[in-house]
Design a protein around this ligand. Structure first.
Ligand code: NDP
Ligand code: 2IT
Length: 441
């Protein structure tokens, strides 16, 4: 495993996030490889870390002043063993090959955990949507889709949203795909409800995060009821994690954006947050103008110094380092649920696991989003729509079964209660066995 990891670093230089994701997974797989030499003989590690295909492309677009800009587009089609490549698109200035590959690599095991027939992929661009007009967003996404449309399709590769890509962007991309290649309901997920979207997809990642953490708490005789919760971010995942936590009786006292965080010891007013972020697309600091009892603090990492029972990092990668982890632990946190992808550094994860805090890793906790995306694909294929209650109840079942399968795998491979090991092992075994069944391709 060390040899393969060293090769990954050598063959993929300057990609620290990708190395980090690979390292975390490899560490968990040690007991699997000790028990089953066939995975080594079949070179599963060597094969699984190499994307089937990595596409990069030019995305030229014209701003409202007539100036031409060029961004870079990416799509990594990482692994199609279990089904069409599936995974979101991220528009953020930090996007590069490393970010896209770490996300795509994690997506393989996450999608496997859902139990649904989807392979792993991810894409995006270094385009910064902040401060852009609606028309600029439309022209950029149309240019992006003009190239991406050659590589995707309902049985090939099905993108969705991620940071910076929500219903508005999916709508423009769907329209452009349709114009270029004809109507295909299932080519994207996260679509609007009027043209093939699924109920609960908007809420799915946040709700699923809370459903998963609820399972972790239940086993210890704990619950959200009466607990104090801190959620980072204030985007799609954060908003619906806050909503579900509040519905279950928790007091959510803080959330953030990339500039700073708001703290309200009496509990946040979600309607104000939804209006500021979803409708007005403004900064989270606006909140205190309407809620003067709340406090706004510049900078992101300070949010982890707020004492809480449950912490839900729902913003971005590596937002909890060892210092923040230590602060959370010292303040008595009982459970961490990773709504974002890879929000804790490897050192932070070690601290959580050592301290016996309940720790739910991203690829299990936030799998509800892609799971409901797969349910959207099913509904598109059947040309019918399930009710909110039907989709929500399937989501709850999926989250409970991801929890159970991860706990069982952790137990079977000698690390009872360690969901990092459990999720990585359960996700990996299904993909690895199917790869062996398919032969060396
Ligand atoms: P959004 O774009 O809706 O929201 C992102 C939030 O995180 C914003 O509040 C944003 O602040 C903040 N943020 C983004 N980048 C940074 C940064 N570098 N530093 C600090 N804060 C930052 O994205 P989502 O809610 O969809 O995604 C959040 C996380 O959840 C990501 O890790 C994503 O990969 C993951 N995820 C998303 C799924 C989905 O279905 N959408 C599914 C599974 C995982 P600001 O507005 O200032 O940029
Ligand atoms: O990281 C993720 O799982 C997502 N951004 C959702 C992917 C999807 O295809 O719904």
């Amino acid at each position: 495993m060390n040899r393969v990891y060293e090769e990954v670093k050598k063959r993929n230089p300057h990609e620290p996030e990708f190395h980090q994701a690979v390292k975390e997974i490899f560490l968990s797989l040690v007991p699997v490889f000790a028990k089953n030499p066939k995975y080594m003989k079949q070179a599963i590690l060597e094969r699984i870390v190499e994307p089937e295909r990595m596409i990069t492309f030019r995305v030229p677009w014209v701003d409202d002043q007539g100036q031409i800009h060029v961004n870079r587009g990416y799509r990594v089609q990482f692994n199609s063993t279990l089904g069409p490549y599936k995974g979101g698109l991220r528009f953020h200035p930090s996007v590069n090959a490393s970010i896209i590959k770490f996300l795509g690599f994690e997506q393989i095991l996450k999608n496997s955990l859902t139990g649904l027939p989807i392979g792993g992929g991810k894409g995006g661009s270094d385009f910064d949507p902040k401060g852009k007009s609606d028309n600029e967003i439309m022209r950029f996404t149309q240019s992006f889709m003009t190239e991406l449309s050659r590589h995707i399709g309902p049985n090939v590769d099905v993108p969705a949203g991620d940071i910076g890509v929500g219903a508005r962007e999916i709508g423009y991309m769907f329209g452009q795909y349709k114009k270029l290649r004809g109507y295909e309901a299932g080519v994207l997920t996260g679509k609007g409800l009027g043209y093939g979207g699924s109920l609960v997809r908007t809420e799915a990642t946040g709700y699923g995060t809370v459903y998963f953490v609820e399972e972790m708490l239940k086993e210890q005789g704990l619950s959200f009821e009466g607990s104090t919760v801190v959620v980072s971010g204030s985007g799609n995942v954060s908003i619906y994690a806050i909503e579900k936590a509040q519905q279950l009786g928790a007091k959510v006292v803080a959330c953030s954006d990339s500039n700073g965080y708001i703290y309200d010891e009496n509990g946040l007013d979600l309607e104000t947050i939804k209006r500021i972020k979803e409708v007005e697309r403004k900064r989270i600091k606006e909140y205190v103008l309407e809620h003067p009892q709340a406090e706004y603090v510049e900078g992101c990492s300070g949010i982890w110094s707020i004492p809480c029972d449950i912490a839900l990092p729902c913003a971005t990668q590596n937002e909890i380092d060892s210092e923040s982890a230590q602060t959370l632990i010292s303040n008595g946190v009982k459970a961490i649920g990773e709504g974002a992808n890879m929000p804790s550094t490897l050192e932070a994860i070690d601290l959580f696991l050592e301290s016996k805090v309940l720790f739910g890793p991203a690829k299990a906790v936030n799998a509800g989003g892609v799971a409901v995306s797969a349910l959207e694909m099913s509904q598109n294929s059947m040309r019918l729509s399930w009710t909110f209650e039907e989709v929500d109840s399937k989501l709850q079942d999926i989250m409970a079964s991801i929890y159970r399968n991860s706990m069982d795998a952790a137990e079977e491979y000698g690390h009872p209660g360690n969901l990092v090991y459990g999720a990585n092992i359960a996700g990996f075994l299904k993909v690895a066995d199917a790869m062996i069944a398919h032969g060396v391709i």
